[in-house]
Design a protein around this ligand. Sequence first.
Ligand code: ADE
Length: 221
Amino acid sequence: MRFDIITIFPSLFTPFLKESLIKRALEDGRITVNIHDLRKWTTDPHKTVDDKPFGGGSGMVMKAEPIYKAVTDIRKYSEGKGVKIILFTPRGKKFNQKKAADFAEYRQVIMICGRYEGVDERVAQYIADEKISIGNYVLMGGELPAMIVLETVSRLVPGVVGKKEFLEERKKEEGFVEYPQYTKPESVTIDGVKRRVPKILLSGNHEKIKKWKDKKGKTIK
Ligand code: ADE
């Protein structure tokens, strides 16, 4: 699966791609990630990517043309087939596990990271297939959302994380259950009090353990 990220801060992604399972997925060729500097698609000497808003108002707005040119070039890799173009904006649809499973079905996902006060609305209307928000708060740009979507979708690419059997579980649409987890040692002293692992988990009784996990599990939707 191929990810293309359009940003004016490409170096923000460098450390993120150099660690952990994402690094391995890249090395194994299970995913490819291309970070594109939007300024490459500007034509003026100052490499301008933003301008003042029509009708007045504070802040700057990202121009539609460089983004359009970038997307047009980048989508060529997939010959227009199986491509999803995402624009990050706090006004978009909420990202969740179901959306991640949907995106994981595409061959190429192109993500546009907005910055400044906003992006010319024509990008949302005529260029992006989908507008995505990662939550009800306003960030300074779409770079962190892009990392979140990249990581969540990559987990659903076969071979990137864990065993195949659990992949379907991760993709489940109707939410999934997460239960409390413990590891060694059995007793940890915190503020002078010994905090122990729930006895049932040490019992070896698989039926009872399963019941406990079901009871304590929290469904995340
Ligand atoms: N850009 C700024 N805030 C955002 C958010 N919450 N989700 C997606 N993109 C954003």
